[in-house]
Every structure is written in structure tokens, then in C-alpha cells.
Design a protein around this ligand. Structure first.
Ligand code: NAP
Length: 268
């Protein structure tokens, strides 16, 4: 791998992203003389911008709405990026090849382990949503021993296509109640991102369940607050965001960043 001369986050929009804050804190802590900058890319120019960055040997992250397009633009993909069908980390290797990986899967896996306090096993997992984030969730769940997943989506056809891609451990469902009744419920929709809408009625979820909301917000999401008020253990997507960033840092530099410094930067 070529040591990156620049680090970027590509998205549209990106101004709300916390990634520059914690990545720059980690770069300073590691004594690396680089800045991580967010670039808002006009969608019609995405492939051209990525091509220029690749020629410069730039590494970075990709966020909504470009993860699938980056997957298609890479010369080589890790097995995980191929499995998910989306790339959120990229770099240029010594031969000038653009390499794509997916650290959202590891970020979600770490969040689940923290919430469950254990290695996830023998669980039913209910997934709301069928986009790139839901595919990352399924790629993590398929590694967990004895686990099954049920996928519910507003557009049922997408849930069917996603589950089919992952095989028998994942089943599409038309009844949101099946997802609500799972041991671990995951909101992988964008509901609650721009407002306080709830992805599912919290009253449908039994008290013994655990819930991960991939959406994150300052002060946590309304969904997480509503679940906690019912006595349900729940967390938002902030740990996933930081962990996917920490794993990306490891890919770019071959060293682990100081995760405590990253957390401190987002809490400040
Ligand atoms: P995506 O590919 O655009 O998929 C969006 C999903 O949300 C689709 O399943 C869509 O359903 C559903 N949806 C959107 N609006 C809805 C509504 N009003 N009612 C019901 N369903 C609705 O997006 P993505 O990349 O998968 O991301 C999904 C969420 O995960 C986003 O909020 C993102 O911020 C979050 N995320 C967080 C992290 C993290 O690090 N914490 C990482 C990745 C993603 P249809 O198919 O019917 O349109």
C-alpha cells in the first residue's frame, strides 16, 4: 500500500459529519502530518472526482450516497466489500490500483458486542431497512454462530432481493411484528435522521429485547430515548461510526488509532 498524502471523506451532503473531528484528533495524537477533509461531491461528478483523487494517491472514506458507486469504481475489493456490495473505505496501492473495503461491518459488530456484553450467538435479529447499511448488518450477522435474521422494508421487493443475496439465514418478512419480536432489533433505515420520526412503534418491542439504531444524533435519537423509557437496552449509531473510522485508520496506516482520543473529540 502507498502511504496516503491526503485523507478525504466523500459524500453529499457531508457538512454534518463527525468524521473529520475524530479522525483529525487521531491523526494529531499519532503524530501524522495529515488533515482529514470532508468534500461535498456533486453526484454527477463523483467518478471524475474519485479518478483525480486516485491519481493523487489519496485515501479516505465514502458516505451516502456514494458507497455503491465506489464499489463499482474500485479495481479491487476486499471479500467483505464484495459481500456487502458497498465500499466505505478506500486507498491506492503501490501499483496505483484503487482498493475498496467495508469497515461498517466491523463497526456494527463492535457495537453489538458492547450492547450485548458478549459474543453474539443463537440470536434472532430483526432488521428494518434494505439499503447498504442493512447489507452491512447482514454481513456481520452471518458471521455470528447460530443466528438468523428477518428483514422488513418499506419497499418489500428490496428486502426480498437483499435476503436472497445472503442465503437461508436471512428471510424477508411482510409483517413488521416479526422484526419487533426479535432478540436484537436493528434500525438500518434513515428514519429519524432528519427529524424525530420513529422507525417502528417502541411499544411493539418486548422489554427483554436489545435495540441498535444505526442513526446517531447529538444527545442520541428519539427512538433510543423511547426504548429506554420502556426499560429496553438500546444504543444509537455513534459507536459504529467511531469504530468504522478506527478500522479505516488501521487500513490506511497499519496502526491502531487512539480510540479514547476519538471519543473525546466527538463528546467535546
Ligand atoms: P440507503 O441505502 O439509502 O437505505 C435507506 C433505507 O431506509 C431503505 O431501506 C429505505 O426504504 C428506508 N427508508 C427511508 N425512508 C424511509 C421511511 N420514511 N420509512 C421507512 N423506510 C424508509 O441508506 P443506508 O446507507 O442503508 O443508511 C441507512 C441509515 O443507516 C442512515 O440513517 C445512515 O445514516 C445509517 N448509517 C449509520 C452508520 C453509522 O456508522 N452509524 C453507517 C452506515 C449507515 P426503501 O427501500 O423503501 O426506500
Amino acid at each position: 500500500m502507498r502511504e496516503p498524502g491526503r485523507l478525504v471523506l466523500l459524500g453529499h451532503p457531508v457538512s454534518q459529519s463527525l468524521s473529520p473531528r475524530f479522525q483529525n484528533a487521531a491523526l494529531i495524537d499519532a503524530g501524522l502530518p495529515l488533515r482529514y477533509e470532508a468534500i461535498d461531491v456533486e453526484p454527477s461528478r463523483f467518478e471524475a472526482v474519485l479518478g483525480d483523487l486516485r491519481a493523487e494517491g489519496v485515501a479516505g472514506n465514502v458516505t451516502v450516497p456514494f458507497k455503491e458507486r465506489t464499489h463499482d469504481a474500485c479495481d479491487r475489493l476486499t471479500l467483505l466489500a464484495e459481500r456487502v456490495g458497498a465500499v466505505n473505505v478506500f486507498w491506492v496501492d503501490a501499483d496505483g490500483q484503487l482498493i475498496g473495503d467495508n469497515s461498517d461491518v466491523g463497526g456494527f459488530d463492535a457495537t453489538a458486542r458492547t450492547l450485548l456484553g458478549d459474543i453474539p450467538r443463537d440470536l434472532s435479529v430483526g432488521v428494518l431497512g434494505a439499503g447498504g447499511a442493512a447489507a452491512g448488518v447482514l454481513a456481520a450477522v452471518e458471521q455470528w454462530p447460530g443466528c438468523v435474521a428477518h428483514v422488513y422494508n418499506r419497499t418489500p421487493e428490496r428486502a426480498r432481493q437483499l435476503a436472497e443475496r445472503f442465503g437461508t439465514f436471512a428471510q424477508p418478512v411482510d409483517d413488521i411484528g416479526v422484526v419487533a419480536g426479535a432478540d436484537l432489533v436493528v434500525n438500518a433505515t434513515s428514519v429519524g435522521l432528519r427529524d424525530d420520526a420513529l422507525p417502528i412503534d417502541p411499544a411493539l418491542i418486548p422489554r427483554g429485547a436489545r435495540v441498535i439504531d444505526l442513526v446517531y444524533k447529538r444527545g442520541e435519537t428519539r427512538f433510543v430515548h423511547a426504548l429506554r423509557a420502556r426499560g429496553i437496552r438500546a444504543c444509537d449509531g455513534l459507536e459504529m461510526l467511531i469504530e468504522q473510522g478506527a478500522l479505516a485508520f488501521e487500513r490506511w496506516f497499519g496502526i491502531a488509532p487512539n480510540r479514547a482520543v476519538m471519543w473525546e473529540a466527538v463528546r467535546r
